[in-house]
Unconditional design. Structure first.
Length: 466
């Protein structure tokens, strides 16, 4: 994702201090943020908030455990303990009856006890730890929608997880998998999958990269200017590229070395190159060489200022679904143009051996004419195209992500009596793309063709105006 939901959520909330907590100044609050407060043990004063506290952030401290009576926080729904020193997920969490979201990113976790899994668990974050196996009881977490396991030591997933039929987003990049579990491909709601950086994916990554040559651009030919944005995997700058006697404006993405929640920055860079050229992608001019510190980066075209993000990332409450501004709406022609553009670029990516893995509205830039660009390849994975059955199954997983996007567009679309037949046909296509029988879903080529036919029908009767 361009920006993880929990990151922008905490930026929007007040930061708290331990002294304010101890002075009783935080009585009655629902959200408590004690990140980076130097904690070495759980502050007992938090229990004074038991009747109201729903969201607790203890990230960036030196905690190794939670108290046995942690269940006193009986209203708690969300806990973040990222960047601490836990060696296992505390078992007491399994007794928290209202707990839905558990985040222990970047600890030293080697075990996930079965007893630590709360009954209402929807979202589990264990990115960047040392897990070598998962408990079979994870398959009993039937409410689970998001599971983030990138950067561990996993070689397999428990077969019992085939019962996790509500699972929609799975991150298993940068582990030790030698194959994808067969049952994973049949999960009825799985839509966003990332698995790059595993042994079984390595050959596919090389094959996808070899399809496209890319220019080498010397670092010293670039003049970095203002920062345009920053995500988990890197920082984007506006820059000037010197060539002969001319200079041209470009965008430069400098990758960070650290693991992200989606996977490895080097996998993202490889996917950007392997994606090739398409009108729905931001053109890549070349990769940077000669950086004095050996940093990795790409030079890309600048995006026209008329393009804006289609939506915001999911919230803690929406979990897997994007958030749109209240005023967001589309004419039917614009919605169709957007859907066609994304179906077309997804079809192109799969033909290049790349699965985007994060096909979301918040990763789409659009303008009012319905032109769109799909960005953020942080969760992209590489498709073993010689295995046609597996390649088709992976594409149909991404088709469900497209179904979610199409539903969001239609729900915000202006229609009339004269266009009801077009909308009805789109709803039929939507149901086909989202159906739980994965093998029965259409592929992107058929989806694009259907959408183009509907747009032609609409244009023959209704002029496009936005």
């Amino acid at each position: 994702m361009q920006q993880a939901a929990w990151v922008w959520f905490w930026y929007s909330c007040a930061m708290h201090t331990l002294s304010a907590l101890r002075a009783g100044e935080l009585a009655g609050i629902e959200r408590l943020d004690l990140a980076s407060c130097g904690l070495t043990h759980f502050p007992e004063e938090i229990f004074d908030l038991a009747d109201t506290l729903e969201i607790l952030n203890l990230s960036g401290n030196a905690l190794t455990s939670l108290p046995d009576d942690f269940t006193k926080l009986h209203k708690l729904r969300v806990i973040f303990c990222s960047d601490n020193r836990f060696s296992h997920v505390p078992e007491v969490l399994g007794q928290c009856t209202n707990l839905e979201m558990v985040g222990f990113k970047a600890n030293q976790i080697r075990s996930l006890p079965a007893a630590s899994l709360p009954n209402k668990l929807r979202w589990l974050i264990l990115t960047d730890n040392q897990l070598a196996e998962l408990p079979a009881s994870l398959g009993s977490c039937t409410c689970l929608q998001k599971l983030m396991l990138a950067g561990n030591q996993l070689q397999s997933l428990p077969e019992e997880m085939a019962a996790c039929t509500n699972l929609e987003l799975l991150r298993i990049a940068a582990n030790r998998f030698t194959e994808l579990p067969a049952w994973l491909l049949a999960l009825p709601r799985l839509a966003w999958l990332a698995y790059a950086g595993n042994p079984f994916s390595h050959a596919s990554e090389i094959a996808a990269m070899e399809k496209h040559s890319i220019a080498h651009i010397d670092w010293h030919a670039l003049e970095l200017q203002q920062k345009l944005g920053e995500g988990a995997s890197g920082v984007i700058y506006r820059a000037k590229l010197q060539a002969a006697h001319n200079s041209s404006p470009v965008a430069v993405k400098m990758f960070k070395g650290a693991l992200t929640s989606d996977g490895l920055p080097r996998s993202e860079k490889a996917a950007c190159i392997a994606a090739g050229t398409h009108t729905g992608l931001i053109p890549v001019a070349g990769k940077i060489i000669g950086h004095p510190e050996g940093a990795s980066g790409l030079v890309m075209s600048l995006i026209e200022p008329g393009f804006v993000n289609l939506a915001n990332p999911p919230s803690l409450e929406s979990c897997t679904r994007d958030l749109y501004a209240a005023a967001t709406g589309f004419s039917l022609p614009t919605a169709l143009n957007l859907a066609i553009g994304i179906a077309s670029v997804a079809e192109h990516l799969h033909a290049q051996g790349v699965m985007h893995g994060d096909l979301y509205a918040h990763n789409i830039l659009w303008d009012r004419q319905g032109n769109c660009l799909l960005g953020d390849f942080g969760a992209a994975s590489f498709i073993p195209q010689q295995d046609t059955h597996l390649a088709a199954a992976l594409q149909r997983i991404e088709v469900r992500a497209f179904a979610c996007l199409l539903e969001e567009l239609l729900d915000r679309c202006d229609t009339s009596h004269e266009t009801q037949h077009i909308v009805a046909a789109l709803r039929i296509l939507l149901r086909r793309c989202a159906q739980p029988e994965v093998e029965a879903r259409p592929l992107f080529g058929e989806i694009r063709h259907t959408l183009e036919s509907l747009l032609t029908t609409l244009q023959n009767k209704t002029p496009i105006n936005t």
